[in-house]
Design a protein around this ligand. Sequence first.
Ligand code: ADP
Ligand code: NI
Length: 213
Amino acid sequence: MKEQIEVTNQYVRSLLLNERTGHDWYHIERVTKLAHYIAEREGANLFIVKMAALLHDLADDKVASDEESGLKQVEDWLKSQEIPFEDQQKILSIITTISFKGGNGLPVESLEAKVVQDADRLDALGAIGIARTFVYAGAKGDPMYDPTIDVRDKMTKEEYRHGKSSAIHHFYEKLLKLRGLMNTKTGKQLADERHEQLEQFLKTFFQEWDVKF
Ligand code: ADP
Ligand code: NI
């Protein structure tokens, strides 16, 4: 089991080391560490959690050419590792429910899935989450902030239609909502601190944006 985790670690590392979409190897490494920490405290199966955390972004369409072939790649990998069929199924189902667009919105069932989802969400919060958001926005060609869109409330349908967005928008669209979506007690505790970092950052950002003393 330890060996399978180690080999999978090397495999994912080699695939994602040069990835630049916010799903780079270091994201996977952090999520796997966070998932390990949460799993120990919540009594989840460590093997399932760590394997799913390592493989969780390979089926994402930002990484694979499409979700289906990404998922197939994960499936083939698990088969090649002599992992009990039941465990393969558990790992795959975690990846489909948390990362796969088709699975988005489906209730996350197993404790192991809840743990991996919490870990993934934590990496979108705090200082790292802030940094990732600006890297992502930059890569997409979005500005850091667009004051012509009402960011402090909600974007209008019209603004959505025109694909107007900014890094700061993403905080309101997604990041600030994540704390309320955490599944586990340990995840919630970690999210509280990281959420606080976002609030603090936004406060300072707008103060400096308005050049207020
Ligand atoms: P994951 O699959 O790891 O949960 P996503 O694919 O949703 O994450 O996003 C990867 C990173 O990029 C996250 O930190 C997320 O907050 C950020 N991100 C996603 N969409 C946007 C966006 N439209 N603008 C800025 N940042 C974004
Ligand atoms: Ni992820």
